[in-house]
Design a protein around this ligand. Structure first.
Ligand SMILES: Nc1nc(=O)c2c([nH]1)NC[C@@H]1CN(c3ccc(C(=O)N[C@@H](CCC(=O)O)C(=O)O)cc3)C=[N+]21
Length: 632
């Protein structure tokens, strides 16, 4: 009734907008059941069977892209190359790793690399430098590793402590031994079309291989890469492009960072905007552009196909007075998240969200009507963008950022995030009580919520920018410190079965070296008294002796400066000494997204193991350059 007082034009406009939005979603819902998404996934184990993944709808779960199994198969293949190379080299291929400090995650990843190399018959030479190492010492260590005749490939484990320049040390690497592909020559060749790709970063290569080996064809697909890091987002976008993607969108951190800070607020804005969001590029058929100022949305081949099929089946656009089906995003939300609040769907005849009184100032004009949609990208539009993807890669470093309603039904979702969340004093699980979240925690709603975030490490999305890296490290430190303050009441609700990590970083004094012969023992030495298993890393927090004073053949470069314990090491130790438990979750809400996606990678067990296999692949490639099996 109150609406009747509003201007007719505004009402009409609002209705049109909302109805169009609804029709759009209704259309998307209509193609869910009968149509098969253009993505097909074959069983990685079988040769001939290719199962088309039909667009998901409630009741269908996504195919899990098993990174562990695929990586194991890949590594087995690589073992043949190792045999050949060992003959040609007159020794096993060798990987040199330079590790600064003792971040538990870095130690874990180095250990994984070492294990994979040992299994394949590749020797590893690990040079662990103290946290306090100078740039010159680090560069000398890298140069010495590159110069070692037993070493064919070299990597510098990232991130580096904030006082060190990643950029500068990368230049010390010999490009043909740069198994991470971070040297500017390798990066440049990869980014520039036709320049002859050589060594490419392991994590993106792992993603690409996982897609390929799972039977997901990139050709002609619309890809969205959420994350703009130098080591994942940027190279992966180029690699998707080179594999024939029709369109690749890289989302800069400014497109998602608001979601980190205040998810509630962005969700609220998004809900408020639901009635007047401008159409975004994507696979769904789009109504005519309602805003003359909005540029025309490009369409992909799959969107054209979807539009064609939709055009044949879409009923007349409902009038505003009609009952409308729930937009798909709301259906999904209620089906898969237990009703995670996204804002209620506005009534067609009211559209209060488009009124100037809405609390979404960037969205709306201050005049009466029509509402002005933003000229630039707004955070709340991100789910529309991600939903345009046939292949969605997420590498942002925020636990479970991507929810079910961010994903196009049937899409392939690659989760690169590895976030260590939650802390629980050991043995207190049974009696744990739920505590309030820290500022950086993900939403605790949904099916796989986590409570306090102790440290959010996107292992694979480290930026090469010193400033950003510093900021990230500082954030991690702050979170850890905050966690320590709350450690007494750190008990938390346990989400679905997740890997448990209890760890004690070893002392960062001295320089540790080991080689592949020692294998697991070398890893254990590196980790102090830590042991690893398929279920994670377990360490005896009472001991860190395995790491100190064990000066080996790589004693030069970083020297054996001791006593320079890092704050990171301190924090890790303190946490470990308190017997806290961590969980690993991805950037994608796995359970929820599994209800929508056609295929999805788990965390752990997805991109991580593929990264390790890719690194092994690169190490052998470097060895091939050396013996002339491949030309540089
Ligand atoms: N110079 C450099 N090169 C890298 O390739 C590099 C790096 N620095 N810094 C860190 C990231 C991270 N990264 C991973 C390696 C293995 C797993 C991995 O194996 N993950 C397992 C388990 C992990 C766990 O147990 O927590 C999984 O996801 O199933 C994950 C992440 C390589 N990175």
């Amino acid at each position: 009734m109150q609406r009747a007082t509003k201007s007719a034009s505004r009402l009409l406009f609002s209705c049109q907008q909302h109805c169009l939005t609804k029709r759009l979603f209704a259309t998307a819902a209509a193609v869910v059941e009968p149509a098969c998404s253009p993505v097909s996934v074959s069983d990685p184990g079988s040769i001939a069977t290719t199962t088309a993944i039909c667009r998901n709808s409630s009741g269908h779960r996504a195919t899990v892209l098993d990174g562990r199994a695929v990586a194991a198969a890949w590594e087995k293949e690589l073992a043949n190359d190792v045999q050949l190379l060992t003959k040609l080299l007159g020794r096993p291929p060798g990987l040199g790793v330079v590790l600064v400090g003792s971040r538990p995650d870095s130690i874990l990843y180095v250990t994984k690399k070492q294990e994979a190399c040992q299994k394949a018959g590749v020797r590893t030479f690990i040079r662990q430098l103290p946290e306090s190492v100078t740039q010159a010492q680090l560069e000398a260590a890298v140069a010495a590793t590159c110069g070692d005749p037993r070493v064919d490939g070299v990597l510098i484990q990232l991130p580096l402590p904030r006082h060190l320049s990643e950029e500068a040390v990368m230049e010390v690497l010999e490009p043909r031994k740069d198994v991470d592909g971070f040297h500017p020559l390798n990066m440049g060749r990869m980014l520039m079309r036709g320049r002859g790709v050589r060594l490419v970063p392991a994590t993106p290569l792992g993603c690409i291989e996982l897609l390929r080996r799972s039977g997901v064809d990139v050709q002609g697909k619309t890809c969205v890469v959420l994350g703009d890091s130098n080591i994942v987002g940027t190279p992966l976008a180029a690699m998707l492009r080179d594999r024939g993607a029709a369109a690749v969108t890289i989302c800069h951190r400014r497109s998602y960072r608001d979601w980190f800070v205040d998810q509630q607020e962005v969700r609220r804005k998004r809900a408020a905007a639901a009635a007047c969001l401008p159409p975004l590029p994507g696979p769904s058929p789009r109504p005519p552009q309602p805003f003359p100022s909005t540029p025309a949305a490009p369409s992909s081949s799959s969107s054209a196909a979807a539009a064609a099929s939709a055009a044949a089946t879409t009923p007349e656009e409902p009038t505003c007075q009609q009952e409308h089906p729930q937009p798909l995003q709301h259906q999904q939300q209620h089906a898969s998240t237990g009703g995670r609040v996204h804002g209620s769907s506005p009534a067609c005849d009211s559209s209060p969200q488009c009124s100037p009184s809405s609390s979404s100032p960037t969205l709306l004009s201050s005049s009466s009507s029509p509402p002005v949609c933003p000229a630039s990208f707004q955070s709340y539009q991100l789910p529309d963008l991600t939903r345009s993807a046939d292949i969605l890669v997420v590498a942002v470093g925020h636990p479970e950022l991507v929810r079910g309603d961010w994903v196009r039904p049937g899409a392939v979702v690659i989760d690169v995030g590895i976030n260590v969340v939650g802390a629980l004093p050991r043995n207190s699980q049974a009696t744990s009580t739920h505590t309030s979240s820290t500022s950086s925690a993900t939403s605790t709603s949904g099916t796989s919520s986590t409570s306090s975030t102790i440290s959010s490490t996107t292992a694979n999305t480290t930026s090469n920018s010193g400033q950003q890296q510093q900021q990230q490290q500082q954030n991690e430190m702050e979170e850890m410190q905050q966690q320590r303050r709350h450690q007494d009441d750190a008990a938390m609700h346990q989400p679905a079965p997740l890997r448990e990590v209890r760890c004690t970083p070893c002392s960062d004094s001295g320089v540790e070296s080991s080689d592949g012969k020692a294998g697991g023992a070398a890893a254990a030495a590196l980790l102090g008294s830590c042991t690893t298993s398929s279920s994670g890393m377990t360490c005896d927090s009472s001991s860190s002796g395995g790491c100190s004073g064990n000066q080996g053949e790589f004693g030069s470069g970083g020297g054996s400066e001791s006593g320079s314990s890092s704050s990171a090491g301190d924090d890790g130790s303190s946490l470990c000494n308190r017997n806290l438990t961590f969980h690993v979750v991805g950037d994608v809400a796995f359970e929820e997204v599994s209800q929508v996606a056609g295929a999805i990678t788990p965390v752990p067990g997805g991109v991580g193991p593929m990264t390790i296999a890719a690194l092994l692949h690169n190490t052998l490639k470097a060895a091939k350059y050396r013996v002339g099996l491949e030309t540089w």
